[in-house]
Write a protein that binds this ligand. Structure first.
Ligand code: MGD
Ligand code: MGD
Ligand code: MO
Length: 719
């Protein structure tokens, strides 16, 4: 809830009646007014001339942008342009950009930062269940007795959820918390069991838990027989195997064998497995699993545990990937705004899916290419090779947040003949706007109207509350304006977007239509309803449908589950994995593969990167509030005390971190948090000397294409 006085934002509070937050907000949000009214907000468009930014008018700016795009398309073809968007844009904005690029221009070069964040979770859900996104919901927190927190610093990164878990524990409910993380993040303080594997090797722990569960007969044979199947990849092909094959496969992962692979004591693995099987168990995981070259496999193994124990589709029992950004689910995953997908579960490689979207959008048949466009790392590589000639970057700061960033910053900004044209829309100057050819000022979320979609499939509207500063415009308006000009220049067919939509309200109805008949069906979530309710969870096919709390199950609650997706012939509590082949979810037999760059003699430490409570990613917003900035005013690296002693590094010393790709210098925090042999650095600071993404690696998961931000090899020295 935003407090406004004389048209100015003055405060922010939680909404006590909100079904998911229950009135809680995180510390960062409390300072919203300071952030919104920060002095360095961008107020007008700027273009780079002779190396300097000069102010220009919107019309001139938009003409330039449209001409650069049209010029590239005419000269080099539709795949010479690209859009790089964000899980922080509103759903209508991502949908419109996706519509313009795929069905209007005719390129699948549409990507966004969820590739750095949620792609492995998507890969996990799709390969195991046949459809993306969690089946459970936040109500499950109220019912779970065992929380399995994996590679998730829930305390600092999802504090509102963490507080709810904590409240249950403190109220004396018999709630137990199992943590799997090589670092003792603040969640460790409430953990009943903490498993700390060598970074990158926790797949062995997950297999060993499954091994224990089955060896001790704690699995749910009935659930497995009815709802699961087993697969392994042989000679590049998914191949069916039996339950017994799975049991044999797990012989290689007895807790004792796992201990040798990953350094976690066999007994603690056994204890964790026993708790898991008792449940009800809610697993919550984040980047510790996703940002890995084995990210999809790790996600599969999480689902395996829930499937073999039947700890799924019951209140409090669910396999729940925590989403990073506020609108990665609703905005990017659902609207299909990545290079390989189309809205609401469709794929660019399926002819019927392309045809459905072309018909709805009014594109000429065959406009949407039948192959995926470039994924994020490939897209920035193509930019560096001048194969992409014009790029629009919106609501994200890739000049700071991409791994192995030297080369991607060069791709965006290094002067050269034929240098591609890069336009950035942001609310502040950033490490990306400094590389751009054209910078456009953005309205922020309180200054525009749109929908966001949460991890539990809830779509919620936030209406515009205040006016944007200066000449700032919403991203939606900018993309709409660009579309019209591209129509005028003849690279998008006339009337494709121009004249069809004026506001985000207008396009919402088309989005509902696009979801109709799919597993996402939200025909019933009208704009009117969104104004009246605190969000609704899809599927909700009709206006009188209350939304769906748990998918794949006929709910115990006759009201919450009467959608078409849990078969009416089922009895309450019955499961149906309707999107999986033969309606059986897949238990995958995945090998344990080392990270792309394990530690070695020359680079003996594992660098892992991540976050602190008070800062948000690249800091463009949170650094604007003194209270937040002061909490961590400068970059630091956590070093285990034993390692520090061996290196002669004391707390507060400046340390040089060097990898095969680059280096960064920052203050040391000698603290018993990272495992021995591991160091941990957040990535929030703009300071070039301390820029940790010069050091990280851009190796990615071959399935999800998500980079391995969590693991690369480095050496350390006193600076
Ligand atoms: N305060 C704050 N909150 C945020 C954000 C923010 O910037 N600031 N960003 C949001 C976004 S977009 C995201 S994606 C989330 C991220 O939320 P989290 O993923 O919870 O946060 P991270 O700090 O990136 O990493 C979490 C943990 O992964 C662990 N890890 C590293 N390697 C491994 C491994 O091999 N195995 C396992 N099991 N764990 C490993 C690290 O030790 C670290 O403690 O936070 C969201 N919330
Ligand atoms: N080393 C390392 N790097 C990482 C990660 C990591 O764990 N370690 N995590 C990765 C992950 S999970 C993520 S999600 C990414 C996040 O990386 P980014 O998306 O690059 O980081 P943000 O700081 O969230 O950038 C959002 C930008 O949008 C601007 N903005 C805010 N509101 C609006 C708006 O309404 N419109 C427009 N146009 N702009 C707006 C902000 O000022 C900011 O510059 O970082 C990735 N990079
Ligand atoms: Mo993220």
């Amino acid at each position: 809830m935003l407090g406004v006085r004389d048209g100015q934002l003055v405060s922010l509070r939680g909404d006590p009646e909100h079904p998911t937050t229950k009135g809680l907000v995180c510390a960062k949000a409390l300072f919203l007014p300071k952030i919104v009214y920060s002095e360095d907000r961008l107020n007008y468009p700027m273009v780079r001339r002779n190396g300097e930014f000069v102010r220009i008018g919107w019309d001139e700016a938009m003409n330039l942008l449209a001409e650069k795009f049209a010029g590239a398309i005419k000269k080099h073809g539709t795949d010479s342009v690209a859009f790089y968007g964000s899980g922080q844009a509103m759903s209508e904005e991502s949908y419109l950009a996706n519509r313009l690029f795929k069905g209007g221009i005719g390129t699948n070069n549409v990507e966004g930062n969820p590739r750095l964040c949620m792609a492995s979770a998507v890969g996990g859900y799709v390969t195991t269940f046949g459809k993306d996104e969690p089946m459970g919901c936040y109500d499950d927190i109220e019912h779970a007795k065992v929380f399995f927190l994996v590679g998730s610093n829930t305390a600092e990164c999802h504090p509102v959820i963490f507080d709810q878990i904590l409240a249950r524990k403190q109220a004396g409910r018999d709630v137990l918390i199992v943590v799997l993380d090589p670092r003792k993040s603040p969640v460790k303080h409430v953990a009943d069991i903490h498993l700390d594997p060598v970074p990158g090797f926790d797949l062995a722990v997950l297999h060993a838990m499954a091994q224990t569960i089955i060896a001790e007969n704690r699995h749910d044979r009935d659930f497995i027989d009815k709802h699961a199947q087993f697969k392994i990849v042989r000679d590049g092909k998914p191949t069916n195997v039996s339950f017994d094959d799975y049991v044999k496969f797990l012989d290689d992962f007895t807790p004792e064998k796992a201990e040798r692979i990953c350094g976690v004591s066999a007994n603690r693995i056994r204890e964790a497995a026993r708790l898991f099987a008792v449940g009800p168990t809610m697993s919550l995981w984040t980047m510790g699993l996703n940002q890995r070259t084995t990210g999809v496999w790790a996600n599969n193994l999480m689902h395996n545990l829930h499937l073999i124990t039947g700890q799924i589709n019951k209140p409090g029992a669910t396999s729940f990937s925590l989403t990073g950004q506020p609108n990665a689910c609703g905005g990017v995953r659902d609207t299909g705004s990545l290079c390989h997908i189309l809205p609401y579960g469709r794929s660019v490689s399926k002819a019927d899916h392309r045809a459905e979207m072309e018909t709805l959008w009014g594109s000429k048949p065959g406009t949407i290419p039948d192959e995926p466009g470039l994924h994020t790392i490939a897209m920035f590589e193509a930019l560096g090779e001048d194969k992409i000639q014009a790029m629009l970057i919106c609501t994200t700061n890739p000049g700071h947040s991409l791994p192995n960033c030297h080369r991607h910053r060069d791709a965006m900004g290094k002067p050269r003949p034929n240098k591609p044209f890069v336009c950035v829309i942001d609310a502040y100057p950033t490490r990306t706007t400094e590389l751009a050819d054209l910078v456009l000022p953005a309205a922020m979320w309180a200054e525009k109207t749109g929908v966001f979609g949460m991890s539990e499939r809830r779509y919620q509207l936030h209406p515009q509350i205040i006016s944007p500063p200066g000449e700032a415009r919403s991203d939606f308006d900018v993309i709409l304006d660009l579309a019209g000009r591209l129509e005028d220049l003849g690279v998008v067919q006339r009337g494709y977007i121009k004249g069809k939509f004026k506001t985000t309200d207008d396009i919402w109805d088309e989005m509902r239509q696009a979801s109709k008949g799919t597993a996402y069906d939200f025909m019933g979530i009208t704009r009117k309803r969104l104004h009246a309710e605190r969000g609704v969870r899809w599927p909700a096919p009709t206006e009188d449908h209350p939304g769906t709390a748990r998918r794949y199950v006929k709910g115990e609650d006759p009201i919450l589950d009467r959608g078409p997706y849990a078969d009416n012939s089922l009895s309450p509590g019955d499961t149906k994995f309707y999107a999986a082949p033969d309606h059986r979810a897949i238990v995958w037999l995945r090998p344990v593969k080392p990270p792309a760059e394990p530690a070695d003699n020359e680079y003996p430490f594992i660098l892992s990167t991540g976050r602190v409570l008070e800062h948000w990613h690249t800091g463009t917003m949170t650094m604007k509030a003194d209270e937040l900035r002061r909490a961590y005013p400068e970059a630091f690296v956590e070093i285990n005390p034993e390692d520090a002693r061996e290196l002669g590094i004391r707390n507060g010393d400046q340390v040089r971190i060097t990898s095969r790709r680059g280096e960064a210098v920052m203050k040391s925090r000698v603290v018993d948090m990272p495992r021995k042999g591991m160091v941990f650095a957040p990535f929030h600071w703009e300071d070039d000397r301390a820029f940790i993404n010069y050091v990280t690696i851009d190796a990615f998961d071959p399935g999800s294409k998500q980079p391995e931000f969590k693991i690369c090899a480095v050496k350390l020295a006193k600076a």
